[in-house]
Design a protein. Structure first.
Length: 85
């Protein structure tokens, strides 16, 4: 169980949504396997939390942009909520 933590050193706020999501999926997979020592598990969990928050922020921003597109050039004609899930 001495697997060293292999996390991306790139600051979370500089990652694209896709890169952050991929790294988050990798972290979840490693934690689910249970082959990471306690200290590395904690570091991975903290990085995972930051990645999750970053992904949620990116999704919210994309949702806001899509709502503006739906409103159209004539102004608010009715906002249609965007279902991203």
């Amino acid at each position: 169980m001495a697997t060293k933590s292999k996390t991306n050193d790139t600051p979370v706020d500089q990652l694209s949504f896709e890169s952050a999501l991929k790294e988050l999926e990798d972290i979840v997979g490693r934690l689910e396997q249970g082959e990471v020592d306690l200290e590395d598990s904690i570091a991975l969990y903290e990085r995972g939390q930051a990645l999750k928050a970053h992904c949620e922020t990116k999704l919210k921003a994309a949702e806001g942009r899509l709502e503006k597109i739906v409103q159209g050039a004539k102004g608010p004609e009715g906002v249609e909520p965007v279902d991203l899930g």
